[in-house]
Design a protein around this ligand. Structure first.
Ligand code: DX5
Ligand code: ZN
Length: 235
């Protein structure tokens, strides 16, 4: 069991993006998370395949693309061509989710599905066998720097139970939104394997190196609690 740290470039300095990606990797990032927003599914517009390609060119680490867009099928190929290793779509944005997930895999990427805070994680039960990653949103998507929604810890525990019940030990559970040195431990104890963090990495008062060190320490403490069987107990 290991925890992967996935800094979100949404909070990085775009003027020196490659450098910011490399700094994060050098100081403990395992994946790089790319937040794609279309101004329709979420009330913000961010980046597309071109910037994803620039991230791909900056690192050989897993490029984790989170599509917060309507009708994502139209762009799957463009993001895989740009270098995405993992492509995650939102359950709430897909009418034919099974088809979308198969398509991501056909294109050669790992397939993830995200659920917003108000979507029961159990709605993924019939697709979980086809997933490489399940993403539990711990804020309402659209912006970096929001507060972790406390109920997310129980949702992570339920998502972990769902993956275990369906025999999906190899699939990863990711959490995204408001993850920092104070919230990471609970998320990992409840079952998270991949921690996305934007502002807590790129806008930490103590700087990026110290931010990643604290995040790693919190993740390790959470893992020790999970191993000790304490999980989401008491929350
Ligand atoms: C939220 C995005 C997140 C966000 C995380 O809409 O999907 O990845 O950038 O930012 P922080 O870590 O600042 O909450
Ligand atoms: Zn994200």
């Amino acid at each position: 069991m290991t925890v992967r740290l996935a800094p979100s470039i949404l909070s990085a300095d775009f003027g020196r993006l490659a450098e910011q990606v490399q700094e994060a990797v050098e100081h403990g990032a395992d994946w790089i998370h790319v937040d794609v927003m279309d101004g329709h599914f979420v009330p913000n517009i961010t980046i597309g395949p071109a910037v994803t390609h620039a991230v791909r060119a900056a690192t050989d680490r897993t490029v984790d693309v989170h599509l917060m867009i309507e009708a994502p099928d139209r762009y799957l190929e463009a993001f895989v061509d740009a270098g995405a290793d993992v492509v995650t779509v939102h359950l709430e944005a897909c009418t034919h989710l099974h088809r979308t997930v198969q398509r991501i895999r056909e294109l050669g990427a790992r397939a993830g599905v995200a659920v917003n805070p108000a979507t029961p994680v159990d709605h993924l039960r019939d697709i979980v066998a086809d997933l490489d990653l399940l993403l539990v949103m711990s804020v309402n998507p659209g912006f970096g720097g929001q507060r972790y929604i406390e109920a997310s810890t129980q949702r992570l525990a339920r998502a972990r139970a769902l993956l275990d019940a369906e025999g999906r030990a190899g699939a990863l559970l990711e959490v995204d939104g408001g993850i920092d040195e104070h919230t990471a431990g609970d998320a990992v104890a409840a079952g998270a394997d991949v921690l996305v963090a934007g502002s807590a990495v790129y806008r930490h008062d103590a700087g990026l190196v110290e931010a990643l060190r604290r995040l790693r320490a919190a993740a390790e403490a959470g893992l020790a609690r999970r191993r000790g069987g304490k999980g989401a107990e008491g929350r």
